[in-house]
Design a binder for this molecule. Structure first.
Ligand code: ZN
Length: 54
């Protein structure tokens, strides 16, 4: 199983399901939020328009 490379914003539902463990890790801590799609992630590299989440 490959590693996720795209941002959460680009990852499809299908991909997300395939990489569920990794997704849990990425989204489990919402340090950053995307200004475009309002997804949250532990690191800003996973978001297209990351903003620090307060
Ligand atoms: Zn985004």
């Amino acid at each position: 199983m490959g590693k996720l490379k795209d941002t959460l914003c680009k990852i499809s539902k299908k991909q997300a399901e395939k990489h569920r463990d990794e997704m849990d890790e990425i989204t489990g801590t919402s340090n950053f939020i995307c200004k475009d799609c309002e997804r949250t992630a532990i690191k800003k590299k996973w978001l297209c328009k990351p903003k620090k989440n307060k």
